[in-house]
Design a protein around this ligand. Structure first.
Ligand code: GLU
Length: 420
């Protein structure tokens, strides 16, 4: 990943984004301060027995940013670079994301500082269960509902659901989303982030003079969000995926890559690198490719003031959270590059999480078609609202999405009033 990004504090970015919108729509005083502070934060340090018999202390967080509109919602991230400020930023972005797509939720996020690539399944399970029991007082179907994020998956969610249920003494499927179908997970949740991103790209393309059929696409990050977005763009919309990357590097083939074949290669070798018939690419080269659509689907701070001038895509669709800094946003806007911001472009994941929670609470489950049709309606409507706001105010899509979101959150805060 580009090194200049790592020094940027994502929570400073998150607060700057709020200020830009509060200046624009005239929100000041105490309400602005509320929007720039997390409501509740829990830091936990806990021991885990490792396979060699030793004990290691891990540190983790759960930040509940704002719950004016409903219970908190947001994923849990496992990564060596997790920090409290990163989790705060991600929790803030979840608040705006849920409001942009109008889910009855506030925002939260969790994280554990760890390197899951160098831990066994047993170590991961024990760490997950202990972290779940440490944050158990804060979570629950009516309070805060976690979900997967970077390097956590449906197995992680199953362990958390089980741990929480054992503590309660009965099964509580609605405490977490992104679960396996056998535990009350939803059809379509696994690919919802990528699918939602593909719907938003489809809606935005005509406004950016891009035809998705035949369009060239580069994807940074071939995880759950990036690989599924690529697959759906290729298989359902006829786009040509020319470059993809993961932590080990990128690959390029101007004639187009079969996403399914790259997936199979990654499953076998652990990386996209070395896929037959491709040229290697660095991370910086991938971001600067002359493509129609660029999908950053990895981590924060990838497109910054330093490299925004080098971006050549017509559309940047943020499947990742926080890949573009405010400085880069302005540069891309001035260069007439359409940015589909994270809080909209990757909101498909939390939208189907909401569907999963609603199904769990009712104990009544939907078909894949029902899930995908409802997801499509939410993404199309939300893109339309954000686009209309951007046109009317002559601002870029991130600011427009934040206007929609922050107005909804502020309305809820004002209607509830301040206690006491
Ligand atoms: N981690 C995902 C996100 O950043 C999903 C959150 C959820 O489903 O609650 O949007």
């Amino acid at each position: 990943m580009p090194s200049e990004g790592s020094s940027i504090n994502p929570f400073e970015t998150a607060k700057k984004q709020v200020d830009i919108v509060c200046d624009l729509i005239g929100i000041n005083g105490g309400i602005r301060e509320m929007l720039k502070h997390p409501k509740r934060e829990l830091s936990v340090n806990f021991p885990v027995r490792m396979d060699d018999g030793s004990y290691r202390v891990f540190s983790g967080f759960r930040v509940q940013y704002n719950m004016a509109r409903g219970p908190c919602k947001g994923g849990i991230r496992y990564h060596p670079n997790v920090s409290l400020d990163e989790v705060r930023a991600l929790a803030a972005w979840m608040t705006w994301k849920c409001a942009v797509v109008n889910l009855p939720y506030g925002g939260a996020k969790g994280g554990v500082i760890c390197d899951p690539k160098h831990m066994s399944q047993g170590e991961l399970e024990r760490m997950t269960r202990r972290y779940a029991s440490e944050i158990a007082p804060l979570i629950g179907p009516e309070m805060d509902i976690p979900a997967p994020d970077v390097y956590t998956d449906s197995q992680t969610m199953a362990w958390i659901m089980d741990t929480y249920s054992v503590l309660k003494g009965y099964s509580v499927p609605g405490v977490i989303t992104g679960k396996p179908i056998s535990l009350g997970g939803s059809e379509g949740r696994g690919e919802a982030t990528g699918r939602g991103c593909a719907y938003v790209i489809r809606e935005a393309a005509p406004h950016s003079k891009v035809k998705v059929k035949g369009a060239s696409v580069a994807v940074q990050g071939f995880g759950n969000a990036g690989s599924v977005a690529a697959k759906i763009l290729q298989e359902e919309q006829g786009a040509k995926i020319v470059a993809v990357s993961d932590t080990r590097g990128g690959i390029y083939n101007p004639a187009g890559l079969s996403v399914a074949a790259v997936e199979a290669h990654k499953k076998k070798t652990g990386s996209v690198v070395g896929f037959a018939g491709t040229k290697p690419l660095t991370h910086d080269e991938l971001l600067a490719m002359d493509v129609d659509i660029l999908i950053p689907a990895a981590l924060e701070n990838q497109i910054t003031g330093k490299n925004a001038h080098a971006i050549r895509a017509k559309i940047v669709a943020e499947a990742a959270n926080g890949p573009t800094t405010p400085e880069a946003d302005q540069i891309l806007y001035d260069r007439k590059i359409t940015v589909l911001p994270d809080v909209l472009a990757n909101a498909g994941g939390v939208t189907v999480s909401y569907f999963e929670w609603a199904q769990d609470i009712q104990g009544f489950f939907w078909t894949l078609k029902e899930v995908n049709d409802r997801l499509e309606r939410v993404m199309v409507r939300s893109y339309g609202e954000v686009h209309a706001e951007a046109m009317q105010r002559k601002v870029h899509n991130r600011t427009a999405a934040y206007v929609v979101a922050i107005q909804r959150v502020v309305d809820a805060i004002k209607m509830r009033g301040i206690y006491p």
